[in-house]
Structure formats: structure tokens, C-alpha cells
Design a binder for this molecule. Structure first.
Ligand code: PHB
Ligand code: FE
Length: 330
């Protein structure tokens, strides 16, 4: 039996404007769009973003349930996850806005901001536009409202409980289940390991070809959990063009560059001051500190393993200074 959960919160949305798009209100924030742009207004200011950049960031915030720490849509707008509630901010992590006292922050129950963002993503995503796709693999975000793309914006998020390919868990990708090899990964071997478990251990012993799995990813900049061991989550992803958010860490993250190249702009998490350019080539490993924000640039589709420690204790251990923001001191 299909059970539909009916949200217990009320999304504040207007009737469609002359371009066909609804205007959304959340606390003292107002979000509206026209053919090209999204406007965000709050009591002390306002901000404009291109509709495609905004929707690509919004899609990730929705699909990742506000992720770890801060999701900056750009240098002004974003969210902070407090795991139960979420801050929506404008200019809070921007030195100039802070100094001019024009920044604004409001805290919301996760369900209210989540349902508002979901409705906005649904209303503002036109037919043919896929916010998860690379620029050459999607249609346009622009123009007056036409149709929708519910299939793309509600696609299944891979979150293996143990590991991809384990019986009853997330399964490998094939042509048959709708995941053809990406144009940039046609040279990736597709053979699968042979597994010969002893009788009785069929559900305990498993192996799969991670490179083949990633070569068939239809999305970009979308880490998915392919293996979990307690709080240790292996979250590989395929990247192309620009990470649509600037991620402000609330814990150390490890990156293992599995193929091709990604350039990371690394900035101070709270002010946006430049800290480093990190250019990662195949085989490179980086530990991203807990007090930075970063945005990746991939000139062609590449494979990146993001290794997360999902322990709920980490944000408090770091903000109280009980843990250093770096994994190692040299
Ligand atoms: C990150 O912020 O660490 C991150 C987010 C999405 C990706 C890769 C890395 O695809
Ligand atoms: Fe990050």
C-alpha cells in the first residue's frame, strides 16, 4: 500500500505572476522569479541570481536535506543545517554585508523550509531543465513557465545502508535499469568482480566495480552513499563544470580524486577570504578543514570520492574547540 505523507506545514505561495511563477514567502524572506532571474528580498536588502544557478543550488539543498553545515547558493544567500532546524541567511557569511549590518538570518523548523524549498523547486523548474545535469546534458532553465520536470527533481537519492550490490540494498547501474555509460566514460571497463561466498554468507559478502558504477551516473555534483560503516560514509560522485553551491564545512572532509581533474577554490568559511587553490589530479588525496568553504571546477566529467564522517557530535566538538579544524598538524 502506498502511504503518502502529508506535510503538516503550510507553504506560503502567491498566485502565478505574469511570467507564470509563484512568489514564495518564508519568515521575512521573499523569493520571486521571472524569465531569467531569481530575486531574494529581506527587510534590510535584496539580491539577484541567475535562475539556473539558483535552481541548481536549490536542488542540492532539497535533495541533501540541507547537507552538512552551510550551503551557500553564492556569496550572499544560503542555509545552515542545525539538524532539526535550518537557518536561512542573507549576507551572514559575507564580510561587507556584516560590516554594513545589512545581513539577515532566520531559523526555521527543517520541515517548513524543506517544504517551501521543494515547492519552489517544483514550481520554478521548467520542462527540459534538469538541475542535476551537466550544462551540455540539459535543456534551458529560462523563459516563461512551461511544464515541469518532476522526474528529474525527485529522482532517487542513493543511500546504501551497507554497500551497493549487497542483497536488499542499493543495486548496481546497468543499461537495462536506465543508466547508460556517460559520454566521457566510454573507456571505463565494465567487468564486475566475481564473488564466491561460502554457503550461508550470500548476504554478507559482496563486491562491485565502483568505476563502472560511477561511469553510469546521470548526475553531477551529487555525492551518494555507496558504502557505510557506522559513521564512515563513502560518498563518491561524478563532477563536470562547477559545483553549484559553495559548501561551508562543519567537519573535516576527505577527497580522493579517482579520475581526471578538479580545481577547488578554498575560502575562509565565515568571511569568504581566499585561502587556497587546490588542483587535484588522479590519485591525489586532500583533507578539507572544518573551517573552510569550497567550490569545485571540473573541466570534464571526473570521479571524486568524498569521505564523510557523519557523526552528529562533530559540529559541537568543533565549535567548542574540543576538536581542531584540521585532520593533522605538520
Ligand atoms: C563538498 O562540499 O564537499 C562537495 C559537495 C558536492 C560534491 C563534491 C563535494 O559533488
Ligand atoms: Fe564540502
Amino acid at each position: 500500500m502506498a502511504v503518502e505523507t502529508i506535510p503538516s506545514v503550510q507553504v506560503d505561495a502567491s498566485e502565478p505572476n505574469e511570467h507564470g511563477y509563484r512568489t514564495f514567502r518564508l519568515g521575512e524572506f521573499e523569493f520571486s522569479r521571472n524569465e531569467y532571474f531569481v530575486y531574494v528580498r529581506w527587510p534590510t536588502g535584496s539580491h539577484v541570481m541567475s535562475a539556473d544557478s539558483f535552481l541548481k543550488a536549490l536542488q542540492r539543498d532539497v535533495a541533501w536535506q540541507f547537507f552538512y553545515g552551510i550551503v551557500n547558493f553564492d556569496g550572499v544567500i544560503g542555509t545552515v543545517n542545525h539538524y532539526g532546524t535550518v537557518d536561512l541567511f542573507a549576507g551572514r557569511y559575507n564580510d561587507a554585508y556584516r560590516k554594513a549590518e545589512l545581513d539577515h538570518l532566520e531559523n526555521f523548523p527543517t520541515e517548513l523550509i524543506g517544504e517551501t524549498f521543494k515547492s519552489m523547486l517544483d514550481d520554478w523548474t521548467n520542462e527540459g531543465f534538469d538541475p542535476f545535469a551537466s550544462p551540455t546534458e540539459t535543456g534551458s532553465a529560462f523563459g516563461p513557465k512551461h511544464g515541469d520536470n518532476r522526474k528529474a527533481i525527485t529522482r532517487h537519492r542513493v543511500t546504501a545502508q551497507r554497500m551497493v550490490s549487497v542483497p536488499g540494498d542499493e543495486q548496481v547501474r546497468t543499461d537495462e535499469n536506465g543508466f547508460p555509460i556517460n559520454r566521457h566514460f566510454l573507456d571505463v571497463a565494465q567487468d564486475e568482480p566475481e564473488v564466491h561466498p561460502e554457503p550461508g554468507f550470500e548476504s554478507e559478502v559482496a563486491a562491485f566495480n565502483l568505476f563502472a558504477y560511477l561511469s553510469r551516473s546521470d548526475v553531477t555534483w551529487n555525492p551518494s552513499v555507496v558504502a557505510a560503516c557506522k559513521d564512515s560514509l563513502a560518498c563518491p560522485t561524478t563532477e563536470e563544470y562547477i559545483l553549484p553551491i559553495i559548501h561551508g564545512n562543519d567537519r573535516v572532509e576527505w577527497f580522493v580524486q579517482l579520475s581526471d581533474e578538479i580545481w577547488w577554490n578554498v575560502e575562509d568559511r565565515d568571511t569568504g577570504t581566499a585561502r587556497a587553490n587546490v588542483v587535484m589530479k588522479p590519485g591525489d588525496v586532500a583533507s578539507m578543514p572544518a573551517d573552510i568553504r569550497h567550490q569545485g571546477y571540473a573541466p570534464k566529467r571526473s570521479m571524486l570520492l568524498v569521505w564523510e564522517n557523519a557523526s552528529p557530535d562533530l559540529p559541537e566538538l568543533l565549535s567548542s574547540g574540543k576538536l581542531p579544524p584540521v585532520a593533522v598538524d605538520f
